[in-house]
Design a protein around this ligand. Structure first.
Ligand code: PHE
Length: 340
């Protein structure tokens, strides 16, 4: 029995010190000291011993038990420490490592220039008016002196929701909304999306942006129109920028003009950029037609006004020398990242 105890102690010692993890150590504890363990099995044989031998063996068995317990505790501590170290190692954070930069958003070039134009007009005492993109035919055409059979409607074909409701083709519709609700003096701009059933190419898109301007007051003349637009272009393109008005026709303005801006590349001399014109066409404008004023309840014998509509994409393309309008709508980060 003595030898058996000794043998258990020796085997246990080797097994405990080579246990690789806490789990196998726990298995060992059960195997050695548990109810069905090896030590217990030996103690059960105590009954066969003589009265003198019993206490000696009992003491020895207790000693072995406490030795094994000590060894198990010690090994547990070592393995626990090792496990913790491994975890710390695995979860360690190098606070000096360079960080990952989150991608920063920035404004779209269309938005950058729209904001700039807004600022310029706010500085001249204009306010900003908004209007619906899904619009009644009345506001987009009829009230602007374009009755149902007017041929000029053909140049602004659009997407019809019903016979009477459409996607607006021009921000001029906002003029009518403003004049219906506001009496002169009126000074507003109205930036927004417009739609036309145009095929996509380098200079056309079925969706684009306009900024409408409207001024109505006593004694407003063409000179006010020209001065306002000249100031706008000088702010956008530089102090030496000049504009030029050419006679044109719009049903809702009389007289009407197309406004050209001096070519920023050659300063009016003529180059490839402006097809040797020296000027580039940029927007439509004119004096608000008396019929439009009257239709909105404004007395055209007392008040007069001017209006203009500029294409935001054109201004942006000139400003940044972008040659293809599609780039503005493709949302390619490599393109958009270039503008701030
Ligand atoms: N709405 C016109 C267009 O889209 C531009 C314009 C606006 C012309 C205001 C005159 C006055 O072509």
């Amino acid at each position: 029995m003595k030898e058996q105890l000794k043998a258990i102690e020796e085997r246990a010692q080797a097994a405990i010190s080579s246990a690789a993890d806490l789990r196998s150590l726990d298995d060992l504890r059960v195997k050695l000291l548990g109810k069905k363990g090896e030590l217990t099995a030996i103690l059960k044989q105590m009954g066969k011993l003589s009265a003198e031998e019993r206490p000696v063996m009992g003491q020895m068995a207790n000693q072995v038990r406490s030795t094994l317990e000590d060894m198990l505790t010690e090994r547990t501590e070592i393995l626990r420490q090792a496990a913790q170290n491994a975890r710390i190692q695995a979860e360690s954070l190098d606070v000096t490592a360079p960080g990952k930069k989150p991608p920063m958003g920035r404004l779209h070039p269309l938005q950058i220039v729209e904001d700039e134009v807004r600022e310029i007009f706010l500085g001249m005492g204009f306010s900003v008016a908004d209007g619906p993109e899904v619009e009644y035919d009345y506001y987009n055409f009829e009230a602007l002196n374009l009755p149902p059979d007017h041929p000029a409607r053909d140049t602004q074909d659009t997407f019809y929701i019903t016979d009477k409701i459409l996607l607006r083709t021009q921000t001029s519709s906002v003029q009518v909304h403003v004049m219906e609700h506001q009496k002169p003096p009126i000074r507003v701009i109205s930036p927004g999306r417009v739609y036309r059933s145009d095929a996509v190419d380098a200079t056309h898109s079925p969706l684009f942006h306009q900024i409408e301007g409207l001024v109505v007051d006593k004694g407003i003349t063409m000179a006010d129109l020209k001065g306002t637009l000249e100031l706008l272009m000088q702010r956008l393109y530089g102090e030496d920028c000049k504009i030029r008005l050419r006679p044109h026709h719009f049903p809702f303005t009389e007289p009407s003009a197309e406004v050209d801006v001096m070519c920023f590349a050659c300063h009016g001399k003529g180059c490839r950029m402006c097809k040797n014109e020296g000027y580039i066409e940029l927007l439509g404008a004119g004096m608000v037609h008396p019929k439009v004023l009257e239709g909105c309840g404004i007395d055209s014998s007392v008040y007069s006004g001017f209006a203009f509509g500029l294409g935001l994409e054109r201004i942006v393309m000139r400003r940044y020398q972008i040659s293809d309008m599609r780039l503005l709508f493709e949302n390619d980060m490599r393109f958009l990242e270039q503008y701030r």
